[in-house]
Design a protein around this ligand. Structure first.
Ligand SMILES: N[C@@H](CCC(=O)N[C@@H](CS)C(=O)NCC(=O)O)C(=O)O
Length: 204
């Protein structure tokens, strides 16, 4: 049995698909949509009792939560994306948790209100609030990238870059915000231009 990744590419499952592609893992993509109650079917609730995608089933090892999935996959595969030691492990976990707690909600507001919602339903005030929220974290990231030679951990592209970039990709439509953080903008573009990410974008 191979690794199964549940969830469509136009969802947080894109993160797991990106990681699997980067890591060169063989996987089966089960395109469970997030709408219509699909994540709450009895079979899916057995895998993820939260009723959400993504979830993976790696030969019986079930993991949910996108950041946890990616840290698991990177550590299992080993290689450049994975932590080399406990210090890197701590740093990669730190950045992944940081992206979810400090950035994700605001980034999603930007995506919805600049791209996803029909124009007459968009709320520019929500975008302005989200941009204000993200200024602090993006400043932290800008400084960390400067200190780390353009990468977050170990001076190389790792699962930490992938996880943080996957979250912050949602905030890209706030171009005026990103313009104030040139290091973040260049790093994010480089992450999202990677062939594995392009492959996932084409799955949407
Ligand atoms: N924190 C979770 C969030 C998962 C999540 O909210 N997934 C959405 C799709 S992107 C979902 O399954 N929504 C279905 C629902 O809430 O009913 C993660 O990062 O994996």
């Amino acid at each position: 049995m191979t690794l199964k990744i549940y969830g469509v590419a136009f969802s947080r499952a894109a993160r797991a698909l990106w990681a699997a592609e980067e890591l060169g893992l063989a996987y089966e993509h089960i395109k469970t949509p997030f709408s219509g109650g699909a994540p709450r079917s009895p079979e899916m609730l057995k895998l993820n009792p939260n009723g959400r995608i993504p979830v993976i089933d790696d030969d019986g090892v079930v993991v949910w939560e996108s950041m946890a999935i990616n840290l698991y996959l990177a550590k299992k595969a080993g290689g450049a994306l994975a932590p080399k030691n406990l210090v890197e492990d701590g740093q990669m976990t730190m950045w992944s948790v940081w992206a979810m707690t400090e950035c994700e909600k605001a980034a999603l507001q930007i995506l919805f209100n600049r791209v996803v919602y029909p124009e007459d339903k968009r709320d520019e005030k929500a975008v302005q609030d989200a941009m204000a929220t993200l200024r602090g974290p993006l400043g932290v990231l800008e400084n960390a990238l400067k200190a780390g030679g353009g990468q977050l951990v170990g001076g190389r592209f790792t699962i930490a870059d992938l996880n943080v970039a996957a979250v912050l990709s949602w905030s890209r439509p706030a171009r005026e915000l990103h313009a104030d953080f040139p290091g973040v903008t260049a790093w994010l573009k480089a992450c999202l231009d990677r062939p594995a990410q392009k492959k996932v974008q084409a799955m949407r």
